[in-house]
Design a protein around this ligand. Sequence first.
Ligand code: 5FU
Length: 266
Amino acid sequence: SRTKLTYESRANLAKSPLAKRLFNLMVAKQTNLCVAADLTKADAILDVADKCGPYICLLKTHVDIVEDFSENFVVNLQELAKRHNFLLLEDRKFADIGNTVSLQYGQGLYKIANWADLVTAHTLPGRSIVQGLKAALTGDNATKERGVFLLAEMSASGNLIDDKYKETSNKIATEGGDVDYVAGIVCQSASCFAFPGLIQLTPGVKINEGVDKLGQQYQTPEHVVKERGADIGVVGRGILEAASVEKAAVTYRDRLWAAYLERVAK
Ligand code: 5FU
C-alpha cells in the first residue's frame, strides 16, 4: 500500500509537479509538519512563519481571517517561504461553480492565485471545481507551479461526508485531464485513496487528543501517520497556543517524522 512507500519513491510517481516538489522538500528538510497559522494579525502570522519555518514543509493560511491584510503581507510571507524553504497553502475550501471559483481564486482583495502555491477545494460541485480553478491561472500565473488539495473527509464530528462521496472525490483526483493539478487529498484515513503519487494532508492533530468545544476531533501525531495514513499532519492550536511556538513546532516535527520513519521501515 502507498503508506509503506517512502516519500522519495512517491515523488517519482506524482503526476502533479507541485506534489513532486513537496515530497522532495519533505525529504530534504525531514519534515511532514504543516502549521495552520490561524491568527488574525498579519504580523503574528509572519512571526509564526519565521519561528516555525525551519521545521515545516507547508504553512497553511486562512487569509480571510486576517484583519490587516495587505499586498505587503503576502510579499513578506513569500519571502519567508523562500528563506526557510516551505510552501504556502491557502485553505480556502472553494466550493462553488467553476466560473465563481475562478474569480474567487484569481481576483478580489486576496488574489490567492498570485501567491499561494496550493489551495484546498471541496469536491461537492464535481470536476468543474478543478477546471474553474485552473481557468484562473492566466497571465503571470499561467507559468507558476500551482496545485490543489481536494477534500474527501473532514475532521469535524457529524460531518455529512459518506463513503460514496469519498469514492467519487478520489475519482476526481485521479482520473481525467486535470490530474497534474491535484497535489493531494485532505482526509482522515488511509482508505480515502490508493494512488501513491498523491499526498494525504490530515488536520485534527494534537498531542493531547480529544475534541474542542466546536466539534473539532484530534488524534496524536503517531496515530494520524501510522494508523490513518497521513503524509503531512496539520497542527494549528497545538503549536499556536504553546508557551513556546518554536519548541512546539520542533516537538511536532520530530514526532510526525519519527512516525513516518517507523511506518516505512521494513
Ligand atoms: F479540511 C479540514 C478539516 O477537515 N479539519 C480542519 O481542522 C481543515 N481543517 C483546518 O485545519 C482548520 O480550518 C484549521 O485551520 C486547521 C486545524 O486547526 P487546529 O487548531 O489544529 O484545530
